[in-house]
Design a protein around this ligand. Structure first.
Ligand code: 1CP
Length: 362
């Protein structure tokens, strides 16, 4: 065989993260951080400068692998996450993604009409998006079975907000106008996005992702009825279509709706393995409401990383006590790490999770 086989998942040196997602016993609570690669790390800024711009960094498998590994060299993290972005799918659909200096993402061809929706195709994960799969394959090789690799995508609703608003938004008036004035057009777009996300995540799993996460960053701006109609039902459809076993092991799926605390039971009922929590709900309440149905991921306020080491440790202790005894908890921030957080504080956070969680696993 000329192709080097990747290390089988079963040979992972540290599988705490995968075990916790399946509620199997662990020695300590696993931890990783949303956006753990990024601008709070000086070495990330250097590699990004070398790549030229953000999308060139994502398209270069060696450099995307390098920035994925950077936080793992500094901190005792229990998982790696693919370095990429949720907006790769709309870009591959021809919307023309670009980043303006100091601003968020923008699209040169946003979706404005039924004709725009009709034009869109389902991207081929090993075609237009092959650079993402190449990054997954390169990272898996480089990880050498140390920790599992998380693949990810945006939810159809969250992707659609960027595609219709043309970039970041505060009030989401354009997409809500479409949702309420032309619901059939938006549903058509959602169907195409759900199919695209399913094949994109399955391709990431085939390329070596050992777990996948769906980021529904903007589902929380909807009313309960509209959340179900425009976001949750499409995430449920994706969960149904995902490869759930690969390489001799379960591939856990985590759904994260920011501001979704009201809907935990509904999210857990999709058939996912874990629900991601932001910091606006207490994890003991979430555990009580969901029972033992799924694992929980979260949920420290990312701004807590501005605090003193003592305060950070106290917060970690409080969240661990709130979750209580036993497995089923992946510690994380309730959203992405802020770009001006001192990296040492992230180290304090991660070490505190491991040190303070051991008594809960005896
Ligand atoms: O270097 C830079 O200037 C670019 C900043 C940046 C980074 C580091 C962007 C642009 N994306 C990323 C990487 C990224 N994005 C990861 C990497 C993996 C890791 O965690 O290490 C992930 C998982 C994402 C996912 C993502 N992108 C989400 C979902 C999670 C979330 O934060 O809510 C969203 C909404 C995006 C869109 C996006 N891409 C980039 C920015 C600045 C944004 C947010 C814009 C907005 O607030 O609307």
């Amino acid at each position: 065989m000329s192709q080097q086989p990747t290390t089988p998942t079963s040979e992972l040196k540290n599988d705490r993260y995968l075990r916790a997602l399946s509620k199997q016993p662990v020695d300590a609570t696993p931890v990783w951080m949303m956006r753990q690669a990024g601008r709070y790390l000086p070495e990330y800024k250097a590699t990004r400068a070398q790549a030229g711009d953000f999308m060139s960094l994502c398209r270069n498998a060696e450099l995307a692998c390098e920035v994925t590994m950077q936080p793992l060299r500094r901190f005792d993290l229990d998982a790696a996450i693919l370095f990429s972005d949720i907006l790769t799918i709309p870009d591959a659909m021809g919307l023309g993604l670009y980043f303006e200096a100091g601003e968020g993402p923008k699209f040169s061809n946003p979706i404005q009409s039924q004709a725009d929706v009709d034009k869109i195709g389902i991207p081929d994960p090993e075609g237009e998006l092959q650079y993402v799969m190449n990054a997954v394959r390169t990272i898996r090789k480089e990880l050498k079975g140390e920790v599992p690799l998380i693949g990810f995508s945006g939810s159809p609703w969250t992707l659609a907000t960027y595609m219709i608003e043309g970039g970041s938004s505060k009030a989401f008036t354009k997409i809500k106008k479409m949702a309420f004035a032309q619901p059939a057009v938006l549903h058509k777009l959602m169907e195409k996005l759900a199919d695209s996300v399913t094949s994109y995540l399955n391709a990431q799993i085939a390329a070596g992702a050992q777990s996948v996460m769906i980021f529904d960053t903007w589902g929380g701006v909807l009313s309960p009825r509209d959340y179900n109609e425009f976001s949750l039902q499409y995430m449920a459809r994706i969960v149904d279509g995902l490869t759930r076993h690969n390489d001799g092991r379960k591939v856990p799926v985590t759904l994260f709706t920011k501001n979704g605390g009201m809907w935990l039971e509904d999210i857990a009922a999709t058939g996912c393995d874990a629900v991601g929590l932001d910091w606006t709900i207490n994890i003991d309440e979430a555990r009580r409401r969901i029972g033992d149905k799924v694992a929980l991921q979260g949920n420290m306020d990312p701004s807590m990383l501005y605090a003193s080491p003592q305060r950070i440790e106290q917060e970690v202790a409080d969240i661990l006590a709130s979750y209580g005894q036993g497995s089923g908890h992946v510690f994380n921030l309730g959203h992405g790490i802020h770009l001006d957080v001192p990296p040492e504080n992230a180290g304090v956070f991660i070490d505190a999770v491991h040190r303070l969680s051991r008594p809960y696993h005896r």
